[in-house]
Design a protein around this ligand. Structure first.
Ligand code: COA
Length: 212
């Protein structure tokens, strides 16, 4: 399960980061991938009630990645935290697969609620850099939160929310979103294939040059 989630996270990085070159580099150098891998260890310790150990793992991960995730937060595989520095994810937050989170994002509470006080982020949501999503509500599938927004209430699926306090500026259709996403994934796959083909061609040319 841990490895499956790690693979899903690496895949998410490949799909969502045009700068990503290959899975090995992502595994070795992406702080967001490391933070999620450590979080799953912390979550396991939290589940079996080794809460202090869970906290220690979480704080060590924070020290190395700049990303603070409470050990109890529920995060599915296939989430991508890009750059990562300054991301905070609270205790009762839930993050579903396909979500992209940029640096400086807080999934927090308003300080006025008890119990479920951090947001639930549904599939394929993008939370842009510096955005704060505060409260125990749901951000619907495919929604986009603009950079620097402060979101204080429920966001419907496929909505774009910007500003302080967050306001909806657009609601897209799932069909157009699926088409855009499918095109993007196809383009990424093509660009990876093209890069690999170019590397093979360059290696062959170098070999020929040497053997002359
Ligand atoms: C919100 C965002 C994801 C774009 O979503 P979108 O659905 O394509 O929305 P649009 O670009 O069409 O913008 C819709 C409206 O919101 C405004 N808007 C967009 N982003 C905004 C932001 N962060 N703050 C305030 N207003 C914003 C636009 O000006 C536009 O207003 P208009 O209709 O009056 O012209 C994007 O603007 C954003 O914030 N991206 C940041 C991504 C990021 O964090 N990158 C960091 C990489 S290191």
């Amino acid at each position: 399960m841990w490895f499956q989630n790690l693979r899903a996270d690496i895949r998410a990085a490949r799909v969502n980061d045009p700068a990503a070159r290959n899975s090995f580099e992502i595994w070795l150098t992406y702080a967001g991938v490391h933070a999620l891998a450590w979080h799953r260890v912390a979550y396991f310790f939290h589940k079996i009630r080794l809460k202090l150990l869970a906290r220690i793992v979480s704080q060590l991960a924070r020290f190395f990645t700049g990303i603070e995730i409470h050990p109890a937060a529920k995060i599915e595989g296939g989430v991508f935290i890009d750059h990562g520095m300054g991301v905070v994810i609270g205790e009762t937050a839930e993050v579903h697969r396909g979500v992209v989170i940029y640096q400086g994002v807080t999934l927090g509470g308003t300080g006025k609620e008890r119990g479920k006080r951090h947001p639930t982020i549904m599939e394929d949501v993008v939370i842009s850099s510096g955005a704060k999503v505060l409260g125990g509500f749901t951000v619907g599938k495919g929604a986009k939160i603009g950079a620097g927004a402060v979101v204080l209430k429920e966001v419907p699926p496929y909505a774009t929310v910007v500003g302080i306090p967050g306001r909806i500026v657009r609601i897209r259709t799932p069909e157009s979103e699926d088409a855009t996403h499918a095109n993007m994934v196809a383009a990424m796959a093509l660009s990876h294939e093209a890069k690999e083909a170019a590397a093979i061609e360059a290696a062959r040319a170098a070999e020929e040059e040497r053997s002359k």
